[in-house]
Design a protein around this ligand. Structure first.
Ligand SMILES: [Zn+2]
Length: 111
């Protein structure tokens, strides 16, 4: 990734060395290293959010609920969702399990 990521461990070592030789008060080094660690975890989480998830094969398409009602229900707790915009074909997860898809087409609409 960026140059900051490569500088992380050298910065940790340098900070510990500065603290060990009493060049910089240890509390400053600890505070700085904690800030660096929090920043690093934050950027890693952002990177996994952007890069790790499934990439949709087509742009989101709105679902006309007058023609087609697609609902998802959770076996674990009974929650039920109405699909308004179709993204990927992967069902959403609830209670740690994939939700069950149920498709309803109103009787008065033909085709
Ligand atoms: Zn649930």
């Amino acid at each position: 990734m960026g140059p900051m990521r490569r500088l992380f461990w050298p910065a940790v070592v340098l900070g510990l060395a500065l603290a060990a030789f009493d060049i910089v008060p240890a509390a400053y080094v600890v505070a700085l290293l904690m800030a660096l660690a929090i920043w690093r975890v934050g950027t890693a989480m952002l990177a996994s959010l952007h890069g790790g998830g499934p990439t949709p094969e087509s742009p989101p398409a709105p679902v006309d609920t007058r023609v087609e009602r697609v609902t998802y229900w959770c076996e674990g707790c009974g929650a039920e969702l109405l699909l308004l915009v179709r993204g990927s074909r992967t069902p959403p997860r609830h209670c740690g399990e994939p939700m069950h898809e149920r498709r309803e087409v109103p009787r008065d609409v033909h085709g």
